[in-house]
Design a binder for this molecule. Sequence first.
Ligand SMILES: Cc1cc2nc3c(=O)[nH]c(=O)nc-3n(C[C@H](O)[C@H](O)[C@H](O)COP(=O)(O)O)c2cc1C
Length: 192
Amino acid sequence: MAKKLLDSSTMLVPVPAALISCQKPGGRPNIITIAWIGVACSRPPMLALGIRPGRFSHALIRQAGELVVNIPRRDLLDKVDWCGLVSGRDKDKFQETGLTAIPGQKVTAPLIRECPLNMECQLRHVIPLGSHDLFLVEVVALWADDDILDENNQVNVAHMDPLAYCAGVYEYWGLSRRLGRFGIGKKLSAQR
Ligand SMILES: Cc1cc2nc3c(=O)[nH]c(=O)nc-3n(C[C@H](O)[C@H](O)[C@H](O)COP(=O)(O)O)c2cc1C
């Protein structure tokens, strides 16, 4: 199969589509959809988010020094997209979407109740990169709905039903089925 050289871009497929809740001290809470998000470190548990300086949420997160990463189910697709199309400068996104803000424990910004997984995060570093600033945040509290956990408190991904975003083609996808567990490749060494 021949390969074709394309223009350089961040064609990392898929990435999560997350709802970030944020709130300036004393202000009303806002939601921003973020797909430039990934794991940055295991210990301490840290995530990396790319946020454009012009976003309303950028200023809120910088001022508050905290945020909540909420992982939506597939059934929230329309709301996830909408929160990424309008600004909290103009709309109250909690009110307009009907999503429910509930208090967490470690940060002021609320959790989104309808999202089965929520990570309260504190801002540790902001690194300007170009179009986006890189926000490095530490997860200080992790919440999961009962119905996505098994008896050992392990997340059942099928029940979680997360959304994937495919950058470059502007498409949302769901996960279909489990293909295997970490370590499945060990059988290759056994065969050698
Ligand atoms: C699927 C999707 C992913 C997005 N990912 C990002 C992102 O990673 N970083 C970013 O700055 N904006 C991203 N956006 C755009 C913001 O969500 C959008 O500009 C939003 O209206 C900003 O809201 P705010 O002004 O209330 O902060 C994304 C939008 C969508 C629909």
